[in-house]
Design a protein around this ligand. Structure first.
Ligand code: PGA
Length: 258
């Protein structure tokens, strides 16, 4: 068995008010208390406006959950209207951040160079980046998936010291599988997650780097996805919005009797 601890991350996207975030966190905590087979690492990524209440609720409950942002600016501060910096996240007790989610790349013109700047800023400030990569349907159909993934991984890590590779987290999220109900077949998802690790290993040590799969992960497909050996967990969108379905994914990610 791999020494990499499974990680299940919920990306709430632009959902949940402060009250909803608080009640979700309490309900999820109650459910996880009943899980006897051991927990994976659990990460909640609320929208900016619910970060504080989620972090505070987790802290008060002593819940075994980490809290992360869904994005950030790479600069520490400055005239960047509407942006949030790593310094501000750190100040709130946030230690994780999603970087380069395909919705950021698609709707907000986030580039590989921008992703690289954010990864470096996260590392400077001691935030763990969850670096998202993935191909679109047309890229998959034209057979460039592997070269594109390798290029996204290398670009994200340009000028990043290979010594930090073990602390990084990647998420392989094929764009065509996000929010579509069309999950990537487990063997193929596992293969691409392995490719990400191999790409790292060409420049350093990728053996400890966790690679998640994301894209229509549900309670009924998590166990199969986790079976391949190269998928260390999931980045979950839609199914992370209800405590019950997110809990079932958490429970399904760890082997029974672990
Ligand atoms: P989904 O989203 O689980 O709703 O497909 C995944 C993601 O965007 O991270």
């Amino acid at each position: 068995m791999s020494a990499r601890k499974p990680l299940i991350a919920g990306n709430w996207k632009m959902f949940k008010t402060t009250g909803e975030a608080e009640s979700f966190t309490k309900a999820l905590f109650e459910k996880t208390q009943t899980l006897k087979s051991g927990l994976p690492e659990i990460l909640l990524c609320p929208p900016y406006t619910a970060l504080a209440v989620t972090e505070e609720t987790v802290r008060k409950l002593k819940a075994p959950f980490a809290v992360g942002a869904q994005n950030m600016e790479s600069k520490d501060n400055g005239a960047y209207t509407g942006e949030i910096s790593p310094v501000m996240l750190k100040d709130m007790g946030i230690r994780w951040v999603l970087i380069g989610h395909s919705e950021r790349r698609q709707y907000y013109n986030e580039t590989d160079a921008g992703v690289n700047a954010k990864v470096k800023a996260a590392l400077v400030h001691g935030l763990t980046p969850v670096i998202c990569v993935g191909e679109s349907l047309s890229e998959r159909e034209s057979g460039v998936t592997d070269s594109l993934i390798q290029q996204q991984v290398k670009a994200a890590l340009k000028d990043v010291d290979a010594l930090v590779y073990p602390t990084l987290v990647f998420a392989y999220e094929p764009v065509w599988a996000i929010g579509t109900g069309k999950v990537c077949e487990a063997p193929e998802a596992n293969r691409v997650c392995g490719l990400i690790r191999k790409t790292l290993s060409a420049q350093g040590d990728g053996s400890q780097t966790r690679v998640l799969y994301g894209g229509s992960v549900k309670p009924d497909n998590i166990a199969e996805l986790m079976r391949g050996g190269d998928i260390d967990g999931a980045l979950v969108g839609g199914a992370s919005l209800e405590p019950e379905s997110f809990y079932k994914i958490i429970a399904g990610s760890v082997p029974v009797n672990a």
